[in-house]
Design a protein around this ligand. Structure first.
Ligand code: HEC
Ligand code: HEC
Length: 708
């Protein structure tokens, strides 16, 4: 073990907390103290965005109009270059419910021949574009003994159950009215094709639900949708060029940087409309999309339900789309300083006319309207949200679900799936966290306990992102990746670079207080020689003041030459955002790679302690559980207590316009483009505030949609 204890300063409190951490893995589940049941989500507010709708000079002057704009943008197929809406991948309990053309090669895998090829499926069928997923294809990782991760591997694949989006094509221009498809030149796709013709391509990760995503501090499986919205891109303060045009008090219009906090959903929203895997021909820009949309009626070709909870009052007489334009909605929703300026802004991508201010700032309106709409997609009325009895059990739970809640606690699920959203990736403000020590966005924890046989290791980790060994880490490194500017996505990696003096602030400008770590540095470093005062100070550390110490640059460099970076281990490779478990019954397939079709498969995965032991596998928490069959069934029943009937029946706020979702291909040449296969469609009907009819039936779990 690579530690040197300093006995003098080694306080009793630290010792106790560490002992707890060590014993974690060793104790049988019955002996473990499980903590209280997470609180209901009812009454928990979406974290505020200072300056957005409040203050003396708010950005949004009419929130109702902004939400209507966001809902229209989310469901409108005209937002895509070739018929994709946001909702095309998020129409099923906020996630994707398609089964055809949903298979992608392991595109995020580095240095492997199979990264670009489709493998044989577990069912024996050959994976390929336009493949229809079958029940017998799951799970994507199969063992001779499903209870033992060390038994023989029968099947595994780096392929992913993802979401199909656009056809590969180069962007040329948009039509300002009429034609809804952008003008693009088809490009031969070397992966997503059958014969000479292109199929729709895929985003190589599974689609998480947008419901309750408003509570996440950062979004995406790898957290790359920054908490701070810069008005233009996903990367917050890291994107030094980002800025928007604002009318100044002297009447001139200037490009200014903005930094809106708690706006990860806006940072996220500006990504798909430019992604050639999701909604766009290659190299389209948001001003260009603005130019396409502004004069149009939202949802022009889509049914809007007369009882739509947001759009009813704006519904066009024909029942198709709204009786207004995107331009009019932006003018209603946003303060004029963002769109009323005269002049020309930036060089147009196509055509000869420079952009007007509204077009030039379209990314800003788009991101914020989608954020405000998704802020309304809050699901807080599940049986789990009912009042608690004396034993701290929600009274709406069945007896079996209540037993399942106990298993949930005993099997340590709560440590990661914690707080009212059942996710530690939620904004720290929604937990009862001592705010004076700053945000616990980075922590130092016991990654491996002595009882696991792999030695003890402490690691810096991004709170809310862990490696649970769903796949070998090399298949997709998750938050271990970098942004396009070369900065680490991970706060922990940024923090170490900062401690080494390589930067004077973290790229995301967050403050990290070392005194708040579960395992402070002074536990395993020498105070006199290896540590220095925490540059972020000790204010607010209270009784933990003496823990406010960080390693010197020299001490860090010395550790980093050691195996697994010694005491400076940072566990980010293959770590993914801990997803919310709310409505999880309806949001399959599961995990970042969509590799499990049922909650039973997920529970069996946890019961064996993960599929394998990745180097950064969180072994103190994800280890074999030895659950009985009854415990497993109870646990699944508990997970279903997290379903909100409004989500199952698409009642307000989860009602929506109609949508034709591309769902695989018929093998005939597309009538729209001779280089593409013809789309098949899944018809999603318009639903009003009172939800789906009994004839339509409820939204079904994913495995019910699969063929055997
Ligand atoms: C082609 C399918 C597709 C389309 C179209 C699409 N998404 Fe997604 N969405 C995904 C996938 C896949 C992910 C996960 C990607 C990742 O984490 O790398 C995702 C992630 C998200 C998340 C993050 C949720 C979380 O918990 O991390 C949000 C929010 C979201 N999408 C909203 C939108 C919005 C808004 C649009 C339209 C502007 C949109 N999506 C368009 C497939 C799609
Ligand atoms: C060490 C932290 C950790 C623990 C403990 C943990 N989870 Fe998870 N859970 C995660 C992460 C991270 C993911 C996503 C992993 C991935 O996609 O690779 C996840 C995914 C899931 C999913 C899939 C959700 C989706 O939308 O895809 C379910 C269901 C789930 N966990 C339930 C549980 C249950 C039940 C337990 C207890 C037996 C548990 N988790 C324990 C971190 C954890």
């Amino acid at each position: 073990m690579n530690t040197s204890f300093n006995s003098q300063s080694f306080s009793r409190a630290v010792l106790l907390s560490l002992l707890t951490a060590f014993c974690f893995a060793a104790l049988s589940h019955t002996a473990f103290a499980h903590g209280p049941t997470p609180p209901s989500l009812k009454g928990v507010k979406v974290p505020k965005v200072p300056g957005l709708v409040d203050g003396t000079n708010p950005i949004v002057i009419n929130k109702t109009a902004a939400v209507a704009l966001g809902k229209a943008l989310f469901w409108d197929v005209n937002v895509g270059s070739d018929g994709m809406a946001c909702a095309s991948c998020h129409f099923h309990a906020g996630a994707d419910g398609r089964v055809k053309n949903q298979l992608a090669p392991g595109l995020l895998r580095t240095n492997a021949a199979t990264a670009k090829t489709f493998e044989k499926m577990a069912s024996g069928a050959l994976g390929r574009p336009n493949y229809t997923l079958k029940s017998s294809d799951f799970p994507f990782y199969q063992l001779a003994n499903p209870r033992d991760k060390h038994s023989a591997i029968l099947y595994r694949t780096d392929d992913v159950a993802g979401s199909s989006g656009s056809f590969l094509a180069q962007f040329d221009s948009v039509a300002l009215t009429g034609k809804s498809r952008d003008n693009c030149t088809s490009v031969a796709d070397d992966i997503f094709h059958i014969g000479q013709l292109n199929t729709r391509r895929l985003e190589p990760r599974n689609t998480p639900t947008v419901i309750n995503a408003a509570f996440n501090f950062r979004n995406f499986w790898d957290g790359r949708a920054n908490n701070i919205f810069n008005g233009v891109s996903a990367f917050g303060l890291r994107d030094k060029k980002a800025g928007i045009w604002i009318v100044q008090t002297d009447g001139t219009v200037q490009k200014r940087k903005i930094a809106l906090r708690n706006s990860s959903l806006a940072s996220q929203a500006v990504v798909p409309p430019l992604s050639n895997e999701e909604m766009s021909c290659s190299e389209r820009t948001l001003p260009e999309l603005g130019r396409k949309l502004l004069a149009r009626r939202p949802l022009a070709a889509q049914d809007v339900h007369p009882q739509d909870s947001v759009l009813a009052a704006l519904r066009h007489d024909t029942g198709k789309g709204l009786n207004t334009t995107y331009r009019a909605l932006i003018r209603q929703a946003f303060a004029p300083r963002y769109w009323a300026g005269k002049g020309q802004f930036g060089t147009a991508q196509t055509g000869t006319n420079a952009y007007n201010q509204m077009e030039a700032n379209f990314s800003f309106f788009f991101g914020l309207a989608l954020q405000l709409y998704q802020d309304t997609l809050i699901s807080d009325q599940s049986p789990f949200d009912t009042p608690r009895n004396a034993a701290d059990i929600p009274t709406g739970l069945t007896a079996q679900q209540a037993r399942g809640l106990t298993v949930f606690k005993e099997a340590h699920c709560l440590t990661c799936h914690k707080g009212p959203t059942l996710s530690a990736a939620a904004h720290p403000a929604i937990y009862s966290v001592p705010s004076d020590t700053g945000l616990p966005l980075v922590n130092r924890k016991t990654l491996k306990g002595s009882a696991t046989g792999s030695g003890v290791a402490f690691a810096l980790m991004d709170e809310g992102f862990v490696n649970t060994s769903v796949t070998p880490a090399g298949y997709d490194i998750g938050i271990g990746g970098k942004d396009p500017f070369g900065n680490p996505l991970s706060f922990s990696v940024q923090y170490v670079q900062f401690l080494k003096g390589r930067t004077t602030v973290l790229p995301d400008k967050i403050a990290i207080k070392s005194c708040a770590f579960d395992v402070p540095f002074f536990f395993d470093h020498n105070i006199g020689t290896e540590l220095r005062k925490d540059p972020f100070g000790i204010a607010g550390c209270g009784a933990r003041e003496e823990y406010g110490q960080v390693p010197t640059a020299a001490a860090i460099s010395a550790e980093q030459t050691k195996l697994e970076q010694g005491r400076m281990l940072v566990a980010t490779q293959g770590a993914f955002k801990i997803p919310t478990l709310r409505n999880v019954e309806l949001t399959g397939p599961y995990m970042h790679n969509g590799s499990m079709k049922t909650l039973e498969e997920v529970v069996e995965f946890y019961n064996r302690g993960g599929n394998l032991d990745n180097p950064h596998h969180f072994a103190t928490l994800t280890f074999p559980q030895g659950l009985t069959q009854t415990q497993k069934t109870d646990l699944v029943a508990f997970l279903k207590s997290l379903t909100d009937e409004r989500v199952r029946w698409e009642r307000a706020p989860f009602d929506h316009p109609a949508l034709l979702v591309p769902h695989g291909h018929r093998l005939e040449v597309s009538a729209k483009n001779p280089n593409q296969w013809q789309d098949e469609f899944l018809a999603v009907k318009a639903v009003g505030r009172y939800g789906r009819s009994t004839a339509m039936g409820p939204v079904k779990p994913f495995h019910n949609l699969l063929q055997p």
